[in-house]
Design a protein around this ligand. Sequence first.
Ligand SMILES: [Zn+2]
Ligand SMILES: [Zn+2]
Length: 352
Amino acid sequence: MAKKDYYEILEVKKTDSEETIKKNYKKLALKYHPDKASEDKKKEYEEKFKEINEAYTTLSDKEKKRKYDMGGSGGFTQDSSSRGRQGGFSDIFEDLLRGSGFHGGFQEEQEDLDLHYQITIEFTEAVFGCEKELSIKKDIPCKTCNGTGSKDNKFETCKTCNGQGRINKTQTTPWGTMRRTVTCNECNGEGKITKDKCKNCNGSGTENSKEKIKIKIPKGIDNGQTIRVRGAGNASKNNQTGDLFLEIQVKPHKIFKRDGFDIYIKFPVTFARAALGGEISIPTLTKEVKVKLAKGTESGAILRLKEHGIPFINNPYQTGDQFVEIKVETPKKLSKAQIKLFKELEKLDEES
Ligand SMILES: [Zn+2]
Ligand SMILES: [Zn+2]
């Protein structure tokens, strides 16, 4: 892939100041924001938007910029720490989204109800799938008030927003005056206020709880993949629930290595077996498989056992392969009888 010119992407010169780069980034990010694209241009805008962000991630970071100027790549995709979690990039980015109102209406102020957990499973559990019980701490709807936050379930209309739950706000931003609608703080967007708060949850409508949840992990899952369990996240006052994201960590196996849905192993054979060929018995994920080794097999030869790999996660009818690398072992300890035979072999080698 050709290296992208980040300066070109941001329409700046190498000598331009931080300020100019920032200004151009804002301008371009705003121009190419995917939310602004018409249906047929969406893909193009998305690509462009990504490119702009990638360029800015590098050029806004002194250290990354220095490396890039010296000829290194931006490293945006590999280096997860550069994904805008820290530093100027994220600040501006969030500014941008907020200020411009791109995120539309009220979503931006919605509470994040999603939960993130991690679980470590055995190699074979990942291959064949499994069920795991997970203990999680989360907010559930308050049992005393059924999530309403009210002691007696009596409410009156919020005066701040006149029961609308939203209020209009005018804001001055670098791009001009923006009018936007935000959630009413007084009633948290509900448009009503309880006279008597529930004592158990102090009106929040939720309580913290330790829950056990059973999760089915599909066969074929790989290290680092995430399972999303809809509705298993935190609850909020209006009985809304977030999702649970479970990241799967897979322990390495003693002999099997995995790449995608294929399995790799190294299999030792003796000198004699390699030279003479014959049947060998190779471990696979499910059983031992007998394979005929050709005469004169060399160390490093690869055998392919079709469909002895890992089942495809989204396709039960497809399975990866197993690749077996033959390792011819040179004997280190020899018995007297073996020494005698090897010496005879050597003599024959010299004669031929
Ligand atoms: Zn309550
Ligand atoms: Zn209100």
